[in-house]
Design a binder for this molecule. Structure first.
Ligand code: IPE
Ligand code: IPE
Ligand code: MG
Length: 260
C-alpha cells in the first residue's frame, strides 16, 4: 500500500533534475580573511551567479536557493538590512539576463514581511520571466519549512472548508498542491555548504527523499567545479525510496504499475 506520494525513481546517472542549495558560510568566509561579514555576503551573490550559470549548462531544470530563512530575522538589524539591500540589487541587476536566458524566477516564502519596494520588485521580476521555462530558478526568502506546511494546510482548508470536519480525507496528494514548491518535482539533491549538517528549517516536506550532500566549502568559494563534484557524488547514490536494491533492477515502469 502506498502511504507516500513519493513514487518514481529518478535516475542518478544524469544531472539531478532539481537541485536545492542551503548557501551557508558567507560570514565565516569573510571572518577568515579578517573582513567584515558584509564582504562574504557580497561574494555570496557572485557565487549565486556562477552556480545558476553552471546549473543551466549542466541541464538542471529546477534550482532552488535558500537565501534568507524565517529565523534569519534574529540577526543584528544591520546585517538583515544589508541582506535585503543585496537581494534587491541582485534582482535589479540580474533580471534582464535571466529573462533573456529563458530562466523563470520565483521567490517562495512570506514576502509580505518585506518592505513594499522589495515586494514590488519581486512581483515584477516574477511577471517578467513568467513565460520562461528553460530553467526554474527559485529563491527561498523569509522561507521556513514549517511555515510552508502550515501555510499549505491553511490554504487547503480555506479552499475546501468541508475538510475541517473530515480530516481523514486529507492526504499528501491533497495538501501538496498548496505547498510553495508545488510547481517543481521534489529536489533530487540538496547541497549545503559551510560545513553544518542540518536542514535549518528549509524545505522539510519536499526534502523527505532528497540525497543530502554536505561540504565544508564556504558558499563564496562554491562554483562550477564544486558543483561538478557534488553531481559526481550524486551519480554514485542508489535511490531506493523504501525498496530493496534488488527491486531496482526491475523496470521502473513495472514498479510503478505495482503501486510503487
Ligand atoms: C549564509 O551565510 C547566508 C545567510 C544565511 C543569509 P551565513 O551568513 O550564515 O554565514 P555563516 O554561517 O555565519 O558563516
Ligand atoms: C541557513 O543558514 C539559512 C540560509 C542559508 C538562508 P543559517 O546560517 O541561518 O543556519 P543556522 O542558523 O546555522 O542553522
Ligand atoms: Mg550560517
Amino acid at each position: 500500500m502506498n502511504t507516500s506520494s513519493t513514487l518514481g525513481i529518478p535516475s542518478t546517472g544524469t544531472a539531478p533534475r532539481h537541485v536545492a542549495i542551503i548557501m551557508d558560510g558567507n560570514g565565516r568566509w569573510a571572518t577568515r580573511r579578517h573582513l567584515p561579514r558584509k564582504a562574504g555576503h557580497v561574494r555570496g551573490v557572485d557565487a549565486v551567479r556562477n552556480v545558476v550559470q553552471a546549473c543551466g549548462e549542466a541541464g538542471v531544470e529546477y534550482l532552488t536557493l535558500f537565501a534568507f530563512s524565517s529565523e534569519n530575522w534574529r540577526r543584528p538589524p544591520e546585517e538583515v538590512s544589508l541582506l535585503m539591500r543585496l537581494f534587491m540589487q541582485a534582482i535589479e541587476r540580474e533580471i534582464g539576463k535571466l529573462e533573456e536566458q529563458g530562466v523563470r524566477l520565483r521567490i517562495v516564502g512570506d514576502i509580505t514581511a518585506f518592505e513594499p519596494r522589495l515586494q514590488r520588485l519581486i512581483r515584477d521580476a516574477e511577471l517578467r520571466t513568467a513565460g520562461n521555462d528553460r530553467m526554474h530558478l527559485t529563491v527561498a526568502a523569509n522561507y521556513g519549512g514549517r511555515w510552508d506546511v502550515l501555510n499549505a494546510m491553511r490554504a487547503l482548508l480555506r479552499s475546501e472548508p468541508h475538510l475541517a470536519s473530515a480530516p481523514e480525507a486529507i492526504d499528501e496528494a491533497r495538501l501538496a498542491p498548496y505547498l510553495s514548491l508545488a510547481f517543481a518535482p521534489e529536489p533530487d539533491l540538496l547541497i549545503r555548504t559551510g560545513g553544518e549538517q542540518r536542514i535549518s528549517n528549509f524545505a522539510i516536506w519536499q526534502l523527505a527523499y532528497t540525497e543530502l550532500y554536505f561540504t565544508e566549502r564556504y558558499w563564496p568559494d562554491f562554483g562550477a567545479s564544486a558543483l561538478a563534484e557534488a553531481f559526481a557524488w550524486y551519480g554514485g547514490r542508489e535511490r531506493r525510496f523504501g525498496r530493496t536494491s534488488a527491486q531496482l533492477v526491475q523496470d521502473p515502469m513495472t514498479l510503478l504499475a505495482q503501486g510503487g
